[in-house]
Ligand binder design. Structure first.
Ligand code: AP5
Ligand code: MG
Length: 214
């Protein structure tokens, strides 16, 4: 399965990617996680990325296309992958097609702007592996510690109200047009982001036709 997850910030892309990755046994490639790792490791990419991410702006297309193409060419993506956070512009979607990367489905997870703000203000993310949690809706077993890798849970720098508003407006302007792009190709399926995490997962599985959740 070569799957793209599309949706506004805080829609639950990262959360559903974790679940789908286990179910479908394919890797999740999250551009957000890749960029935050680069920032943490103080690489050249990290330096470029931090200039954009901290204001909620998009990292330039040529930078993103380069790192994603390189990542998808690796062995562990041969049998499929889940792309979380890419493409985010029509130019990025065109670049995937130009590179001959054929996508099976594009799953849109849709939530209102109001829900986004509520979700992101309570989000905690693992500083080690990037797994997302929520203080109320999806808490870790042990407070402040990642269930998967034992890493420290932190608030993301771009999860403050002003930056969230910027991210939302950029999503509506630059990323939402991708819906029509993939709809025309007959690849778009949609799931409504529900209040309860398990209900969203059920919607996601139904939209993808991949059987029952546990
Ligand atoms: P990225 O990391 O991709 O951020 P985003 O798209 O803004 O999305 P988020 O990660 O904030 O949300 P999510 O949908 O993954 O939701 P989550 O599962 O965490 O990108 C960050 C930045 O990097 C961008 O702003 C840009 O600068 C740059 N960038 C990345 N890719 C790029 C690209 N291709 N081109 C250019 N720039 C790029 O869930 C949110 C919260 O809600 C969590 O706390 C979760 O526990 C909770 N939750 C999830 N589902 C539910 C539910 N159903 N009910 C209740 N709570 C829920
Ligand atoms: Mg995410």
């Amino acid at each position: 399965m070569k799957l793209i997850l599309l949706g506004p910030p805080g829609a639950g892309k990262g959360t559903q990617a974790e679940i789908l990755s286990e179910k479908l046994n394919v890797k999740t490639i999250s551009t957000g996680v890749m960029l935050r790792t680069a920032i943490k490791e103080k690489t050249e990419l990290g330096e470029t990325a931090s200039r954009y991410i901290n204001d909620g702006k998009l990292v330039p297309d040529d930078v993103m296309v380069g790192i994603v193409k390189e990542r998808l060419s690796q062995k562990d993506c041969k049998n499929g992958f889940i792309l979380d956070g890419f493409p985010r512009t029509i130019a990025q979607a065109d670049a995937l097609a130009d590179a001959g990367i054929d996508i099976d489905k594009v799953l849109l997870i849709d939530v209102s702007d109001e829900t986004v703000i509520k979700r992101l203000s309570g989000r905690r993310e693992c500083s080690g592996c990037g797994t997302p949690y929520h203080v109320d809706f999806n808490p870790s077993e042990k407070d402040g510690v990642c269930d998967k890798c034992g890493g420290e849970l932190i608030c993301r720098k771009d999860d403050n109200e002003e930056t969230i508003k910027n991210r939302l407006s950029i999503y509506h302007e630059q990323t939402e047009p991708i819906k029509a792009y993939y709809e025309k190709l007959g690849k778009l399926v949609a799931a409504k982001g529900r209040e309860e995490l398990k209900d969203t997962t059920q919607e996601v599985f139904a939209a993808l036709g991949i059987g029952e959740t546990k």
